[in-house]
Write a protein that binds this ligand. Structure first.
Ligand code: AHR
Length: 865
């Protein structure tokens, strides 16, 4: 059966798992807590039970005989279970094979089984799935661990009709608990070894079932554990969890932590700049977004008459060939004007000074003035306004301040230019800026900048990503066209389906570095674009190599250099420190095999002029790897399912120490659809806690191996969450035009980057389940940073031993990011549902135990000297 298509991902409310040691004591037989509600069905299968069909037989199991199934058999029971009421189904299960949906216990509905205690094909995890007969919402509680064949597991599925939840326990440990509102009374019968879907028998199990019990009540975790406990740990069962230990010796340094380890990667995707970080609030400000129409502009006629059209009769500049022409024929009885609806509305904030500006020229018969207003989307409420006297038939720039008073903040404003006069006015570069971060002109949005600042980023990789390359060579990020006054910037079509204003030009990227004290990691266009065009190495590539040299000079040259002088004239005399230059982006997509030659040409020219620069190659696989030169670094990109990302925590432990260093220039864990296979944009814009746990595990690996992983950055960083605003998910920071929030993964980044130190210590982590850790230290202050990631749905106690220190303080600080379920997440509606909590801790020292909570990322700051 394929019930994935029926199962919607719903928020989970996962109940805290009882610690094994906290649960009721070991008993033999069915414990008193469970006998209080006698089972409807209790079979040890020592003698044949129920009506068998297919290959169902009985052969030795975990205790006496077990129901044995080989992919075609099942057993029908006579007991009837009311699936609209609370119930619990459980069995010892030995998995014969992993692959395909396999159901161990179910109850027939008219068309489908009402529930499935199963092994899923899509997740390869155990699950307890509820499926309504009609159009209700299906859901499943998922196991947390990979399943092994030939091993006995105790599975229990609980439907709680009061709480309306489905919960799954494996070996007496709660795995997941999800809302389920689709329960109904299935006629039955209860079946062992298969399910029913679309009227047909499906999901035949391979393996064995033993000690199967069915209760018409929701058993508690303690009751389930008490039933499972007598056989837990017996030979052939899933191994008991060995308590975790983490030992470290502060005198044993494994790696110097790269000072630039944590940085940022962004590009124009998901309205990251236009409609995101870049302060501009108006969309299509230069009327270049569409050749025939004027999207985001509408004609306002409050009682007057007039018209609006695109006009190319007298361009405002060579870069801006089209303007907006507003003809007012009669405004005696009301205003006539044009309105811009911004990026999903113009945000209105109280007590805020906005800078509005525009270029205009008027017909000789123009009678003004022009009124500039911030108002509600329907034009009925005015938040701020000013009048401007516009004169002259030549283009001129006008600037005016609009101040709001004590208004309520709203996402839903608009910007209007109107007049009660008459005549014709032409408009271009119509702009509205709120105050920007650090008041940098043409600068960045404040809340997003503050959130980035909290990440303590050390570098900014720009301008992409695909955005560097463009779909075609003509649509690459052509940095020289992004310099200087905005009226000289034509903008260009980006690869993510919309035009860029290039308001975020090269100098603005560098200003952003100034804002946050970051070092640029400059990616230069290397002659390959996304649709496959490339420029062959040799003379044709030379102008592009020269462009890269000029760009490096623009960034680093003093005023005696040609491009350093241009930069100074544009208002930034001081050059930037630059260590890393990336040559292209993801050139493993270039099927022509030209990257080796292109890289070599850039490499030789850049190294000849700037020998100190570290050059990054963008191909990582054997087929496309650069062979003719040794790149200083290789840019590796990893977008992986959260569990896969977690496994990558050990990736760099085994890397060649003599090869190029590593730049993990893009990476992110996802939990829903693969980001580039989500055409309908069904993925949530930002990742959930499960993804954050995968991310954090991966980060422990990068920290431990920072001798080779020199720089790394999550991607993408930004997403405008409005419908139509995004092309890719997951992303770290979500926003509309007014407010923003960080995903759990964002908070994990903040926690890691703020607690780093300068050395990674040798540490040994043993035992526990799927724990990951890194231990770093600040050698000057003695601060010791212990990071522990626990992706399991139960707490894990970690015994810590800190050796090699004269003294270890007996108090410290713990910062913990935790959720009640892996699918929990933050959103615009619940921006701070999952945030780190920092608390002092005591009773720490050279030897202590730390209990890592379920689904948690912990950073302990201790002191060891
Ligand atoms: O991060 C999104 C995209 O993923 C980048 O533009 C590209 O480099 C990668 O394929």
């Amino acid at each position: 059966m394929n019930n994935t298509r029926l199962v919607r991902a719903l928020p989970v409310a996962l109940f805290l798992c009882p610690l094994l040691s906290a649960c009721s004591h070991a008993q033999t037989g069915v414990p008193a807590t469970a006998t209080a509600n006698p089972p409807l069905f209790n079979a040890n299968f020592d003698t044949p039970t129920g009506t068998q069909s297919g290959d169902a037989t009985f052969s030795p199991g975990i205790s006496g005989n077990a129901l044995t199934l080989n992919g075609t058999g099942s057993v029908e029971l006579t007991q009837s279970l009311d699936t609209s009421k609370s119930y619990t189904v459980m069995a010892w299960v030995k998995v014969g094979k992993v692959g395909g949906f396999q159901t161990y216990i179910s109850s027939d509905g008219p068309k489908n089984s009402a529930f499935f205690l199963q092994l899923r094909d899509d997740t390869k995890h155990f699950a307890f799935t509820g499926l309504p007969e009609g159009d209700g919402e299906a859901n499943f509680a998922s196991g947390q661990d990979d399943v092994e064949t030939g091993v006995w597991y105790h599975l229990a599925g609980v439907y709680d009709a009061t709480k309306k939840t489905m919960s799954l326990y494996v070996n007496g440990v709660l795995q997941d608990s999800v809302p389920f509102t689709g329960a109904y009374k299935a006629p039955g019968p209860v079946r062992l070894g298969r399910a029913k879907f679309d009227g047909n028998p499906v999901d035949f199990a391979s393996g064995q079932l033993d000690d199967t019990q069915i209760f018409q009540s929701a058993l508690s975790g303690a009751q389930i554990l008490a039933i499972a406990r007598p056989l837990l740990g017996t030979p052939g069962t899933a191994p008991a969890i060995v308590p975790a230990s983490l030992s470290v010796d502060i005198s044993k340094v494994r790696a110097q932590v790269s000072p630039l380890l944590y940085g940022l990667m962004t590009e124009e995707i998901n309205h990251a700049y236009d409609g995101g970080l870049y302060g501009e609030l108006l969309q299509n400000r230069t009327f270049q977004d569409n050749a025939e129409k004027t999207p985001h502009w509408s004609l306002v006629r409050d009682g007057g008459t007039g018209s609006m059209s695109l006009d190319s009769s007298q361009p405002a500049s060579a870069a801006l060939p089209k303007s907006l022409k507003l003809q007012i024929t009669d405004a005696k009885n009301g205003r006539v004007g044009v309105s811009n609806d911004g990026y999903w509305g113009v945000p209105i904030r109280p007590q805020t000074r906005y800078t509005a500006s525009f270029w205009a020229r008027v017909s000789p018969d123009w009678k003004g003035p022009l009124t500039v207003e911030l108002e509600s989307a329907d034009g009925k409420t005015r938040y701020a306004g000013a009048t401007v006297k516009v004169a002259g038939t030549d283009w001129k720039k006008y600037t005016v301040t609009l101040s709001t008073g004590q208004v309520a903040a709203t996402t839903d404003g608009r910007f209007t230019l109107s007049s009660r006069g008459s005549g014709t006015i032409w408009l271009n570069l119509v702009s509205l800026f709120p105050p920007t971060y650090k008041n940098r002109p043409n600068g960045n949005r404040v809340d997003l900048s503050e959130k980035m600042a909290a990440m303590k980023p050390q570098f900014l990789r720009f301008p992409g990503g695909n955005y560097l390359e463009g779909n075609t060579i003509a649509e690459r990020f052509d940095w020289k066209k992004t310099l200087g006054p905005l009226e000289n910037r034509p903008g260009h079509m980006g690869p993510w389906g919309y035009r860029s204003t290039d308001g975020m030009g090269l100098l603005e990227f560098l200003g952003w570095c100034d804002d946050l004290n970051m070092e640029p990691v400059l990616a230069v266009y290397a002659g390959y674009s996304l649709r496959g065009d490339h420029i062959a190495p040799g003379p044709e590539l030379e102008p592009f190599v020269q462009d890269a040299l000029d760009e490096i000079e623009f960034v680093t040259g003093d005023q005696s250099t040609k491009w350093g002088k241009v930069r100074a004239q544009l208002g930034h005399p001081k050059p930037w420190k630059l260590q890393y230059v990336e040559i292209g982006n993801e050139d493993f997509f270039d099927r022509s095999g030209s990257y080796d030659g292109r890289f070599a040409q850039f490499y030789d020219a850049i190294k000849a002029k700037y020998p100190q620069l570290q050059l990054i190659s963008t191909t990582m696989d054997a087929r496309t790897r650069v062979k003719s030169r040794k790149p200083d670094l290789i840019d590796e990109h990893y977008y992986a399912d959260a569990r896969e990302m977690e496994r990558k925590a050990t990736l760099y432990d085994k890397y060649d120490r003599n090869g190029p260093k590593i730049f993990v220039g893009e990476w992110a864990a996802y939990t829903e659809r693969v980001p580039w296979q989500d055409p309908q944009q069904l993925n949530a814009p930002t990742p959930n806690m499960a993804a954050a746990l995968g991310d954090a595990a991966f980060m422990t690996g990068m920290e431990r191996n920072s001798d080779i992983v020199k720089i790394q950055c999550y991607a993408p960083l930004f997403v405008n969450v409005n419908s139509g605003g995004r092309q890719w998910a997951p992303n770290l920071l979500g926003y509309n035009n007014l407010v923003s929030y960080g995903a759990p993964s964002y908070h994990a980044q903040v926690m890691f980057a703020n607690n780093l130190g300068d050395v990674a210590l040798d540490s040994t982590l043993n035992g526990g389940r799927r724990l990951n850790s890194s231990v770093t230290r600040d050698t000057k202050s003695g601060a010791l940073f212990v990071k522990v990631v626990n992706p399991m749905g139960y707490a894990q106690s970690v015994k810590m031993t800190i050796g090699g220190a004269k003294s270890v303080s007996n108090s410290g600080v713990a910062t913990v990011l935790q959720s009640s379920g892996p699918k929990d997440t933050n959103s615009l509606a619940q921006p701070t549902k999952i945030v780190p909590v920092t608390k002092p801790i005591s009773n720490v020292g050279a030897d202590f135990s730390y209990e890592a909570p379920p689904f948690s990322i912990s950073v302990l700051k201790l002191n060891a000297k």
